[in-house]
Design a protein around this ligand. Structure first.
Ligand SMILES: [Zn+2]
Length: 206
């Protein structure tokens, strides 16, 4: 796990709000501890002007840089051929040389999230860095098989995470801030923290 100041982190999310929901507490914490975090949103399927702006504000709230991989058009992840997605991830990873990459988990039930997971794994083939995975909906996270592998204490950044999720105003009717907090509390009870996020560890170097 990256703890050193000045570390470089890339987080990938299929859609504008995924990273705030699944990894917002950890991203805010890494930034606080001195890491430079880039949040790369792969696609914006609809209402792109508003949703991209919301994602920009969400990243800003967490203290991360924002990047949209499929710029200037509305599309779903599956509209981009896998080789093209991997190529773009390759370039980003090659340019930023991250110490840690955070991506969607394999067991995520959303098809687009699974595609981003696959593209990340492929793009990581030559990148010597740590890799962990999140699930981006609180409901799915609660039933995740990754629970128990890695817990991140987000007690100090819980409020920042909720503020970042709340930036996605167009999605708020679907999002439930209380359930995000409930889940973090439940993960915290499992791991001995007040609030925590659970991750699947895919590559860890010590
Ligand atoms: Zn999503």
């Amino acid at each position: 796990m990256i703890r050193n100041s000045g570390g470089r982190v890339i987080a990938f999310g299929a859609h504008p709000d995924d990273m705030e929901i699944g990894a917002g507490g950890m991203i805010a914490r890494l930034v606080k501890e001195g890491a430079k975090v880039t949040m790369a949103v792969v696609s914006c399927p609809s209402n792109s002007n508003q949703r991209v702006e919301e994602a920009r504000r969400g990243a800003e709230t967490l203290g991360a840089e924002f990047l949209l991989i499929n710029e200037n058009r509305e599309c779903r992840v599956e509209d981009v051929p896998m080789y093209e997605l991997v190529r773009r991830f390759d370039h980003l990873i090659g340019d930023l040389k991250p110490d840690l990459v955070i991506t969607h988990g394999k067991t995520d039930l959303h098809f687009d999230h699974g595609l981003v997971h696959t593209a990340t794994i492929s793009a990581m083939r030559r990148a010597p860095c740590d890799l962990i995975a999140y699930l981006s909906s609180p409901e799915m996270n609660a039933q995740s098989r990754c629970v128990g592998q890695c817990f991140v204490n987000i007690t100090d950044t819980m409020d920042t995470k909720l503020a970042a999720i709340a930036c996605h105003q167009s999605q708020l009717p679907k999002l439930d801030l209380e359930s995000s907090k409930d889940l973090a509390r439940a993960m915290g009870r499992l791991s001995g923290f007040q609030y925590a996020e659970a991750y699947e560890v895919l590559r860890f170097r010590i």
